[in-house]
Design a protein around this ligand. Structure first.
Ligand code: LMR
Length: 507
């Protein structure tokens, strides 16, 4: 018997699921992160996890996005072959994109449009986050099951893939890749690993693996029952022993779980892909059977761990409006600061345009002399907000512009994740500093932003240059004016402690 699925039910269910995951973390992630918080011994990593947990609960209460990067939408549909859409005037891609559009333009909780068309050239924002990336499988039965995810760009950027030789060791490859991935994927999170199939299939398996629930705790408690489970545990233990830690600040918890999916492959090879999922892990699952739209039950707020992050009382207050080069040189790596006053913003597109304008001898819309820049692309405000969630974007992508910006008289910058050798050298050469805020704590961080106006490149939307007025905006000195770099020093220190003191023996 044919089951009719209403187009309107599918659209509504996709839109609701995307709204839901924008502000509700999956509870398996929150429970695992709560356990990681309890076990963490690195003060900097513990503080970062506290910010992520506090942010998560605030978002669940306030129905605003967990992260300013509200993701690119990934949809996996398993379409029961007894089902048909009531209205076939649109393709399935168009129908699901309508759900995406409604979710991202929702007036009470507008999400950030991050999807650009013409990626190699003009890179124009589609303004409603469409199109989604859709995968459809025709299956037996009379139901349509849908997995919806909103994948952050920072973690997607760290995806890895290799066509291995059959005898190559997968665990060795993972351990080689992890340090190269740095902290731009906002650990602690999950690793999805796809093994086998063909080149494109193993990447898809890695992505699908991330939809599975976190269960490393129970798995370790009962012990592995097959080779895949044994490999998951081995990777989990060995990756955490690297000491990378939350936000790359060094610590005991880099990943909360490893998920592996496999498929048969050709005798000549062993394709392997790995995709990390960030602190803003977002996915929901629903089924349509013709009886109406899906309903996702809200989690209970008392399930969140009782963690209420507050700025460190020992943090130094900094007045950005009177900041001097000498003040910046007084900061040491690891110092906690609370920024007050005005700072400019700018991320990928603005930096590229600044470089092009300088190359042509054109005047910039704003002077960077004596200013700080925050690498961010905020969510638009709703209601009384001055700005929506506005956490840091990956600073590493701005490395190639660092010297150019410092030549403009910039005093320093704020972002997340590590800086590479060239940027670190540029920072030391100019006696500047790089400060990091916590990625994945965007709504919490936005509370410290009291004013916001666009001061340049308005056409770039969320990538425009804003001027923010901040009050007690929490950051850590990640590269100081001597070129001391937290993201190099801290993981090395924690890796050694984990090994020497057996800190993960009971993890
Ligand atoms: O786009 C952003 O705001 C952040 C991005 O997801 C990143 O992690 O670098």
């Amino acid at each position: 018997m044919t089951v009719e699925i209403r187009q309107s039910d599918l659209i509504e269910s996709v839109a609701d699921a995307l709204q839901y995951i924008s502000y509700f973390h999956p509870m398996d992630y929150i429970h695992a992160l709560g356990e990681a918080y309890e076990a963490e011994q690195s003060p900097a990593a513990k503080d970062a996890i506290a910010q992520i947990l506090t942010n998560s609960r605030m978002c669940a209460e306030g129905h605003r996005p967990i992260c300013q990067d509200t993701g690119i939408v990934n949809v996996f549909v398993k379409w029961g072959m007894d089902c048909r859409l009531d209205d076939t005037s649109k393709s399935l891609q168009e129908v699901i994109d309508e759900g995406v559009r409604r979710a991202y333009l929702h007036p009470d909780n507008k999400l950030r449009a991050s999807v650009l068309t013409d990626p190699a050239f003009t890179r124009r924002n589609t303004k409603d986050n469409t199109p989604c990336v859709l995968h459809v499988e025709m299956v037996a039965g009379s139901k349509v099951t849908v997995d919806v995810a909103a994948k952050g760009g920072g973690s997607e950027n760290k995806s890895k893939f290799k066509m291995m030789n059959p005898s190559d060791n997968i665990v060795d490859w993972v351990l080689e890749m992890l340090p190269q991935m740095g902290a731009g994927w906002c650990p602690p999170g999950m690793l999805g690993i796809g093994i086998g199939g063909t080149a494109e299939h193993c990447v898809l398996l890695a992505k699908q693996a991330l939809m599975e629930p976190i269960d490393m705790g129970p798995l370790k408690a009962r012990g592995p029952q097959n080779d895949i489970e044994a490999m998951r545990i081995e990777i989990f233990d060995k990756v955490n022993a690297l000491g990378i830690g939350a936000q790359g600040l060094g610590g005991l918890s880099t990943i909360l779980d490893v998920k592996i999916m496999d498929a048969p492959c050709h005798a000549a090879g062993k394709p392997v892909a790995m995709i990390p999922n960030c602190a803003a892990t977002r996915h929901a699952h629903f089924t349509l059977d013709g009886s109406g739209p899906a309903f996702l039950e809200a989690p209970k707020l008392d399930e969140w761990p009782k963690v209420d992050w507050k700025p460190d009382a020992a943090a130094k207050r900094v007045d950005l409006d009177t900041l001097t080069a000498a003040d910046v040189q007084g900061w040491k790596q690891g110092d906690r600061l609370l920024l007050n006053g005005k700072m400019l913003t700018g991320r990928d597109a603005a930096h590229k345009r600044i470089a092009d304008m300088l190359a042509k001898g054109e005047e910039l819309p704003v002077s960077f002399k004596g200013r700080m820049i925050y690498y961010v692309g905020p969510v638009d405000p709703v209601g009384e907000e001055v700005v929506g969630p506005a956490g840091p974007t990956t600073a590493t992508r701005m490395d190639k512009f660092m010297d150019m910006m410092l030549e403009q008289g910039l005093l320093g910058c704020v972002g997340k994740a590590e800086r590479g050798p060239a940027a670190t050298q540029a920072i030391a050469k100019h006696k500047s500093a790089y400060l990091m805020a916590v990625g994945g704590a965007a709504y919490l961080v936005a509370r410290a932003i009291k004013g916001s106006k666009v001061v340049g490149f308005e056409d770039l939307g969320m990538e425009a240059i804003y001027e923010f007025e901040v009050h007690d905006f929490p950051v850590t000195v990640a590269v100081d004016s001597e070129g001391n770099n937290v993201h190099q020093l801290a993981p090395t220190y924690w890796q050694k402690r984990i090994k020497d003191e057996g800190l993960l023996a009971n993890a």
